[in-house]
Design a protein around this ligand. Sequence first.
Ligand SMILES: [Zn+2]
Length: 122
Amino acid sequence: MRRRDKEKARSVHHENSGVKLRSCRVQEAPDVLDDGVLYIVGEGLHLWYAAMLCPCSCGDILNLSLMPDSRSHWILRYHRNKTVTLWPSIARSVGCKSHFNIRRSRVVYWSDDTRSDAPLSK
Ligand SMILES: [Zn+2]
């Protein structure tokens, strides 16, 4: 069942963007992920995937492959100030359908949600 009104209500929280993530290098993702932590899983120079709880607080775990030979994967960039950027954006096709970027360790939502007067895209 679709609850569009509920989804709209939730998008209000998206204005609260720019949540700072803590990045954490691990060899294995823990069973229970901490909110606000981006786990970067790999061994040595090999990065396998990044794991995090969905920042919209729906509780879903997002696994983002960092391996270039997997069909869809993300590119992780470390900055000098130890923040990380993931490219491209993360667009969920299931669940909460959140769409956001991780830029310099900050969660930046795509602004479409907050612009209610924007014309519908075709
Ligand atoms: Zn979510």
